[in-house]
Design a protein around this ligand. Sequence first.
Ligand code: PEP
Ligand code: MG
Length: 607
Amino acid sequence: MVSRYSNSCIIASILTMVDNMKSSSKEEITLFGIPASPGVSHGQVFRFLHEEVEVLNYEVKEEDHPLEIARFKEALSITSDQIKEVREGVAKNLGEKEAGIFDAHLMVLEDKALIDDVEKEIRSTGDNVEQCLYRVTQRYYEYFNQLEDEYLRERASDLKDISRRLIRNLIGATAAGTAFLEDPRVLVSEDLTPSDTASLDRSKILAIATETGGQTSHAVIMARASGVPAVVGVRSLTEGLAEGDTLLVDGFEGVVIINPSETTLFRYGKVGIRRKKLKDLVEEDAQEPSRTKDGLEFHLYANADTPEEVTAAMDFFCRGVGLYRTEALFLRKNEMPSEDVQYLHYRELVEAAAPLSVTIRTLDLGGDKVLDLGDREKESNPFMGFRAIRYCLRNPEIFLVQLRAILRASAHGEVKIMFPMISGVGEVIRAKALLERAKEELRVEEVNFDESIEIGCMIETPSAVTICDILAKEVDFFSVGTNDLVQYLLAVDRVNNQIAYLYEPHHPAVIRSLDHVSRVSKDTGRPITVCGEIAGDPHFLPVLLGLGLDHLSCAPPLLHELKFFGRCFTIMECEKLVEEILSMGRPVQIKARLKEFYDLRVADLLA
Ligand code: PEP
Ligand code: MG
């Protein structure tokens, strides 16, 4: 039997060049994906294909099994050397952080379970090593790939990448890259692995567009680090391409345009010039404090998931970490990290941010972030289900370990604790009781921690908005999670593509809720931060400031533009704008008004 391993050896095929005139007469098609790396580029398509290679299946005599296993071991060693070489190159050209991606690959090659499984497969089936390796890695791949968690699914593509290399080395095939391309092209592929990205000659790549992948896939991280615009998750992209097509990739908006017309190119040419100008302007005064034109100071913080991100965030001159999501630490290995592992992790990020503060959010598992330890019942409505604080309160032994670890880390810098997805005051009271228990245990053990550590809760459910005056009696601060608030207020699942058009942060219900929590925060003296995605959107900035929400936390690369735009208006203008939009009934009206407000102020600067 011969099975097809469609991705096992990479070759590249270039579509025939046609002149611009010819391509501009073709139909323009616009497709949408996920913006993965900022920038706009246009050029001829280079289709990065994965050649089909036969993974032969033949029987090996029992006495030759040790020889098959020896071939396997040799392939492991050759592959390991190759990856180390790629790693070195990436470290030199892009930096140690990007090179770290390949450490995961090296770990797969040393994974005892995988190696044992392949050897067992050879002994039990008597088949050749290529076929056994293919079957075993395919089983692992299928398991990882069906998981809902994006991070773990991406580990499936790491595995596929490694398996490709191993099989290539076993059959003695070599991979072709972009080295032979004469002119730079826009690379289009169904998927792209970190090895693919590393093997590309960056000077020959104008932009990248892929059908699969998420914003956190490793290939994308590398594209971003090397400044190549990229859009991922563009469904049916390769189906729609024909020979000689050109492609425009807008990595800001997540748009891909096949055969853009002259008018589109002209429009994008202007967009490109504006973006570049804006980037220069934005970076000019990045070190200055964030103030409005009339001097009102607002406070910018960073959102982060890893200690490395915290370190990187410090270069953006923020005032601390406003939201540290702890789930990645748990999901990365699909296990509950021990108290010591968590403590060291939290300590690392606290020290990276020192002397600035870090707000650590307790575990927000559930929804789209599922830790599969085999003990979870399938939920038909996971976002409304066993998530975040609900999970922690039902599993106090898990929660206590995290609380103890955070408390221990609080001895090394300024730490605040925040509880997610609060829908009633009882949850805060029970969480605080467990925190008290953790504190008491540490006192008895004579372990240091910050006795006056501040406690806050997320405002991200409609009920929390409504009762925030009651919650205020139990907490030191609030943080508004608009990503969830929008989904729960509007009853729109935030990950359901079919109703994505209904997910409207500009909805009057959202603006009114923000208005309400801001007023309660003032009345009760509880400080409030906004940490959902709207906090990083400059169009929303005047609204948030006008509502009195002047502590914002967002992804670090967005901070410079917020600072820059903040200097373009006065607080009076913000308050007037808020008055106007509070009287509007439709999200589109509000959105258009915010765009107009932004464009009016930025247009002159970019003219
Ligand atoms: C939010 O809901 O706005 C938020 C910041 O939390 P997450 O996106 O992690 O749910
Ligand atoms: Mg949330």
